[in-house]
Design a protein around this ligand. Structure first.
Ligand code: SF4
Ligand code: SF4
Length: 307
């Protein structure tokens, strides 16, 4: 949707409840032409801000709550409800619709009240992006675009023509894509595992905390043994201490490492040595126990022979 001054968009990428028949079966590239315009004069203005599923990315949460001057817990409890991400067991949030009309809490008859900070999902519509990651592997990606033409959306009856690339630039999706990239990769990775091995409750809690509440995650990094456990260079430490974007990107790296064993985080040598020491001790204890059991068994046999 657009505000009263500008062209707007609404998501497809995260809106998994779209009718598949609305998806045009043509693969588009950045150079493909599209005829579409959204402005306050269209008869359907703000129709797409009702009865819609808008899953929020960590970057969306960060920018929206700042725009509204709210803390993450305030924003999450007031404006969102829980949602699992892309049919995985990864917990996330979606916008909580309000009122009889199931409206987004930020819509008014004049348009979107948070327009310049609207979520990623709202920027994509009606140009969906498919981004396949084969098993979450780097380099094994295929990206293309497609149109979502829903009967209520009259923007396709407007005369404005542009390419997919021009549309996306107008909507400011490139920055969003960059900010969401590693988070999306985590979700796709998880999806590729299907639900054979479920995430532990602790892992789910950590994922939710790191991706929805950066203040909490910052406390976790700076007020726990985190920095004594992981090697984090001093420049990064200073950047993530005050800069939320940097902290968010760092959290994705941390999650990729803890959830999927991805590279990018190194456990401090002394911690590794401590762990090795504990494992060695455990091995020695085990060996000693086996030896003792063997001696006991031998003694019992000797006794049996004598009697
Ligand atoms: S944030 Fe809400 S009001 Fe704004 S464009 Fe998205 S759905 Fe519409
Ligand atoms: S339904 Fe389509 S044309 Fe109407 S406000 Fe939403 S995006 Fe714009």
């Amino acid at each position: 949707m657009s505000d009263s001054n500008d062209n707007g968009a609404k998501d497809f990428l995260q809106s998994t409840n779209k009718n598949p028949s609305s998806i045009m079966p043509e693969k588009l590239s950045l150079d493909s032409p599209i005829k579409f315009e959204c402005h306050p004069g269209v008869s359907c203005f703000t129709a797409c801000c009702h009865n819609v599923q808008i899953v929020l990315t960590p970057y969306d949460i960060m920018t929206l709550r700042k725009r509204l001057g709210m803390s993450a817990p305030e924003f999450i409890s007031q404006h969102t409800e829980p949602a699992y991400l892309e049919k995985t067991d990864m917990p996330g949030v979606q916008i909580k619709l309000t009122g009889e009309k199931n409206a987004c809490p930020f819509v008014t008859p004049k348009g979107c009240t948070v327009y310049s900070d609207r979520p990623t999902a709202c920027r994509y519509y009606p140009v969906g992006m498919a981004d396949f990651h084969e098993g979450g592997k780097e380099g094994a990606e295929e990206k293309f675009f497609f149109l979502v033409k829903e009967p209520h959306c009259k923007g396709f009856e407007e005369q404005k023509c542009w390419t997919v690339g021009e549309w996306r630039a107008d909507q400011g999706v490139d920055l969003r894509d960059e900010m969401n990239k590693e988070w999306l990769r985590l979700v796709m990775r998880r999806k590729s595992f299907s639900l054979q091995a479920t995430l532990s409750e602790a892992a789910q809690r950590m994922f939710f905390m790191a991706t929805t509440d950066l203040d909490h995650f910052r406390r976790f990094v700076f007020e726990s043994s985190f920095l004594k456990t992981y090697e984090v260079d001093s420049e990064t430490v200073e950047r993530i201490r005050h800069d939320d974007e940097e902290l968010m990107l760092f959290s994705f790296k941390y999650l990729a490492n803890t959830l999927f064993g991805a590279e990018g985080m190194t456990i401090r040598k002394d911690k590794v040595m401590e762990k090795v020491k504990v494992m060695k001790q455990e091995q020695e204890d085990n060996l000693r126990r086996i030896e003792e059991d063997y001696k006991k068994l031998k003694a019992e046999r000797e006794q049996q022979k004598q009697s």
